[in-house]
Ligand binder design. Structure first.
Ligand code: AP5
Length: 190
């Protein structure tokens, strides 16, 4: 199974992707996590990505696309994957199409998590207290939300037109949201 999980900052993509990927036995790929790992190890990719992340901006498409192309070609992706936070721009949609064609694969579903804006802000402010993520400050949270609206929300229409999009209510307890996602991807056990 090849899935994409979309949603604004704080929607629960990371939380849900980890659980759902485990339940479906597919590889969880979070571009945000890969960038953060590179930032903390001080790799050239991390040095390149950090200033964009700290400002709440997207890392340039050429950098992100090359990283994802490499990752999807790795052996643990052959049995299926769940992409968390990619694609986020129209350019990334085209790149993903191209990568999938070259791997002879296709997307099965694109799941959008919807959460009220007030709840999103509350979750991120709460996380800022205990996680210390450098992009969880008030100004940067606001910028991340705006960037999502401007650059990523148009992708929903693209995937809706292709008949791949399912919108899932991301409000409520984590296990309730998991059950809704599993239901939306039409798998038993939700
Ligand atoms: P990324 O790490 O993906 O950040 P994000 O999209 O801003 O999303 P978050 O991680 O903040 O939220 P989430 O939806 O994953 O929710 P989570 O489960 O964590 O990306 C970071 C940056 O990397 C980007 O800004 C960009 O710079 C760069 N980047 C990444 N991908 C890129 C791309 N494709 N192109 C270019 N640049 C890219 O939950 C949030 C909080 O809520 C947690 O504390 C969690 O415990 C809590 N929570 C979760 N579910 C619930 C629930 N049901 N009820 C209550 N609390 C909950």
């Amino acid at each position: 199974m090849h899935l994409v999980l979309m949603g604004p900052p704080g929607a629960g993509k990371g939380t849900q992707a980890q659980i759902v990927a485990g339940r479906l036995s597919v590889t969880h790929i979070s571009t945000g996590d890969i960038f953060r790992t590179n930032v903390s190890s001080g790799t050239p990719l991390g040095l390149q990505a950090q200033r964009y992340m700290d400002a709440g901006e997207y890392v340039p498409d050429d950098v992100t696309n090359a990283m994802v192309r490499g990752r999807l070609g790795e052996p643990d992706c052959s049995a299926g994957f769940l992409l968390d936070g990619y694609p986020r721009t129209l350019d990334q949609v085209s790149e993903l199409d191209d990568i999938l064609t070259s791997l002879n694969k296709r997307l099965d579903r694109v799941v959008e998590l919807t959460v009220d804006r007030e709840e999103l802000v509350q979750r991120l402010v709460r996380r800022a207290v205990d996680s210390g993520r450098s992009d969880d400050t008030e100004d940067v949270i606001r910028r991340r939300m705006d960037v999502y609206q401007e650059q990523t929300s148009p992708l929903l229409q693209v995937y809706a037109t292709r008949g791949l999009l399912v919108s899932v209510d991301g409000m409520g307890a984590v296990d309730q949201v998991t059950a809704r996602i599993l239901d939306a991807v039409e798998l038993p056990g939700g």
